[in-house]
Design a protein. Structure first.
Length: 87
């Protein structure tokens, strides 16, 4: 399974967990050209850190266009849930 699809499933499954939060922030920053603190990556365990690096690589290549659109949508939804939960 491609990394972007794995990340999308992780975000969908538990949008409030730390891994989903960081990956959603990474995806939305990549898609919208916003800033992302690399320091956030260091809060991830090795498996999810590697996933984030692979997302960066895949994003750069642009061959996963449809997958990017799906994960971007899920990431935005997760960030909205996270913002609502933190209020």
């Amino acid at each position: 399974m491609r990394t972007i699809k794995q990340a999308r499933r992780l975000i969908e499954r538990d949008p409030l967990c730390n891994e989903a939060r960081v990956l959603a922030a990474l995806v939305t920053a990549l898609e919208s050209d916003n800033l992302f603190s690399v320091k956030e990556l260091y809060t991830l365990d090795e498996k999810h850190f590697d996933m984030a690096l692979q997302i960066l690589n895949d994003w750069r290549i642009d061959r996963f266009y449809l997958g990017k659109a799906k994960i971007f949508d899920v990431a935005l939804q997760a960030q909205a849930l996270q913002a609502k939960a933190s209020k």
